[in-house]
Write a protein that binds this ligand. Structure first.
Ligand code: SAH
Length: 221
């Protein structure tokens, strides 16, 4: 997702205290940012934020961090978050945002600091020469392994069958992860779709008739 540059993005994001600016300084100390020791779950490529805003509201015992590399996109998520001020339930206190590239993850989180990683509708990068840029490639899996503890998990959803098949293969080949679940039609899979929260892309693509694929993986010892 890439929106046209939005001039106010810089100002809105810099004034929002939930957007953590000096994020590399928080490595190994994210519990102090949240003021508690609750587990940390992150979404990489959070887009406009619907999924994480909903998770944060439903699960106050988990701390959530949304990672998005484009400020124009993150702005949409932050504006949604700010509108919650007007709602009776208010803004969840267990949610932070980072404007950064996933490649920086090991500089931002220490070993085992993140319990779970969500990847939703990641960019497919269909050309073979761009395979390493896919967020489920071996290169990214080894970055994730550096911040997840043994037993930590990854959940990935997409409607793009070639990206999904590639991802299942990368996880299956990896010595760092075990594939723990997969479905080619999440919305018709009663077990895997339990408590499913739809992302913006998931709503759009499933309304267009595309089945949604999902895999789960566990970080090995
Ligand atoms: N998760 C949302 C958005 C999916 S679009 C949804 O399901 O609706 C994929 C998003 O990932 C885009 O907003 C894109 O900017 C972001 N993204 C892609 N590569 C990234 C990277 N390397 N680091 C951080 N964000 C990335």
């Amino acid at each position: 997702m890439r929106l046209r540059n939005i001039p106010r993005a810089g100002e809105v994001l810099s004034e929002c205290k939930e957007v953590v600016k000096n994020y590399k300084d928080q490595k190994n100390a994210w519990n102090t940012v949240f003021g508690n020791d609750h587990p940390i779950h992150i979404e990489i490529g959070m887009g406009k934020g619907q999924f994480l805003l909903s998770l944060a509201a439903h699960n106050p015992q988990i701390n959530y961090i949304g990672v998005e590399r484009y400020s124009s996109v993150l702005l949409r998520a932050v504006e949604k978050f700010q509108l919650l001020r007007e709602e009776p339930a208010g803004q969840p206190s267990n949610l932070r945002f980072l404007c950064m590239d996933a490649r920086e993850l090991p500089e931002v989180f220490g070993p085992g600091e993140v319990e779970k990683i969500y990847l939703n509708f990641s960019d497919p990068w269909p050309k073979a020469r761009h395979a390493r840029r896919r967020l489920t490639s071996e290169a990214f899996l080894s970055l994730y392994a550096r911040i997840l503890p043994a037993g930590g998990t990854i959940e990935f959803k997409t409607d793009n069958r070639s990206l999904f098949d590639f991802s299942v293969e990368e996880v299956s080949r990896s010595s760092l992860f075990t594939l723990t679940g997969q479905t080619f039609d999440l919305h018709r899979d009663p077990q895997m779709s339990r408590d499913n929260i739809m992302t913006e892309y998931e709503e759009k693509f499933s309304a267009a008739g595309n089945p949604i694929c999902k895999l789960t993986a566990r970080r090995d010892l």
